[in-house]
Design a protein around this ligand. Structure first.
Ligand code: PHE
Length: 339
């Protein structure tokens, strides 16, 4: 029996060397180790052996099974490795990759960036202030009387403690003047403003403004005009016509609204309003001086100009966007067009 087992093992190991693929290897495994395999058949016959021979034959049986199993495992691993390298050899590294879709900045962000960049080139520094504001920063310091319509609960979002969602970014003018250590002061402040407006094609109740403020000795209306004309021609094209139309704001005197002439082929030319501006009202300098307790903003010594514009509005003109709501709906089909 021992010789027989030895012979099976030798035969098996000789045979496995010639096996060339996985199916044959599986067949080989069944032939030797399967339920009806040769080794299994031999082990069944062990029952009939005299008991003093059993340990030795059992040991040999195990040895043979282990040797054949190890040979099968090794062969299987060889086949797997060969299949891997074959697959790798079939990879064409010159094929184009799978393109990842590249995103793009939101059109509002793109417009804002363009305006901010132009103003920073002209020496304006970025400033910011809180969206939840005091009545002082939003209205009183900006020379807005208690009975002004904007101070109505129908127009502005008030909290129970008397604070509010800022109705414009002009609040930042006050905050910066209250805290600056020195002049000249030349800042822009992009940010959200909130008004209790009915949402429609041209209105949102939260929108974006850019505030500008320049204070120094002898700042004049000519500086204001030159700067803003330059800005709007830079944004809308060199030949853009810019018009300053007298207006009223409590915090500037004189005040203007700025219009640009929109010239679209096939349409009638149209002046459209894009910003408010003016020379800082001395009453604003007085209010700031009262909180500061010094004379840095003494209205007899300094002058300044301020401006504010709605960025959604500008973006709509820049890109020809017909409905302001498109800017907040996050519809990828719309947004992808600005890539
Ligand atoms: N704050 C004004 C508005 O929201 C715009 C403005 C800013 C006007 C600065 C004059 C000076 O309508």
């Amino acid at each position: 029996m021992l010789e027989e087992l030895e012979a099976i093992q030798t035969e098996a190991l000789a045979e496995i060397a010639h096996i060339a693929d996985s199916p044959s290897l599986e067949q080989f495994r069944v032939d030797f180790l399967g339920k009806k395999g040769r080794l299994t058949a031999a082990s069944t016959r062990m029952r009939d052996l005299p008991k003093e021979e059993k340990p030795l034959v059992g040991k040999k049986l195990n040895e043979a099974r282990q040797a054949i199993t190890a040979a099968i495992d090794q062969k299987g691993a060889d086949f797997a490795a060969a299949a891997d390298s074959e697959a790798a050899a079939g990879v064409d590294v010159t094929l184009p990759g799978v393109p990842l879709p590249a995103g793009n900045a939101h059109p509002l962000t793109q417009s804002l960036d363009r305006i901010v960049q132009a103003l920073r080139h002209m020496g304006f520094a970025l400033a910011s202030g809180p969206e939840i504001e005091t009545e002082w920063h939003c209205f009183d310091a900006l020379n807005t009387p208690k009975d002004h319509p904007a101070r109505n609960e129908k127009d502005t979002y008030f909290f129970e403690d008397g604070t509010l969602l800022r109705a414009h970014t002009s609040t930042v003018q006050i905050r910066v003047m209250e805290s600056t250590p020195s002049i000249p002061l030349r800042i822009i402040a992009p940010g959200s403003a909130f008004r209790r407006d009915e949402i429609d094609a041209t209105h949102l109740n939260q929108f974006t403004q850019i505030e500008g403020l320049y204070v120094d000795r002898r700042v004049t209306l000519a500086d204001l005009k030159g700067t803003l004309e330059f800005l709007f021609r830079h944004i809308f094209g060199e030949n853009t016509q810019v018009r300053f139309r007298p207006h009223f704001f409590p915090f500037t005197e004189p005040s203007f609204e700025i219009d640009i002439k929109l010239q679209i082929a096939g349409k009638e030319d149209k002046w459209i309003e894009i910003a408010g501006c003016g020379m800082v009202d001395p009453a604003v300098f007085e209010a700031v001086s009262r909180t500061r307790g010094d004379d840095l903003f003494d209205p007899d010594k300094v002058t300044g100009y301020a401006f504010g514009m709605g960025v959604e509005r500008l973006a709509m003109i820049m890109w020809g966007i017909p409905d302001i709501r498109l800017l907040i709906e996050n519809d990828a089909r719309f947004l992808r067009q600005f890539g």
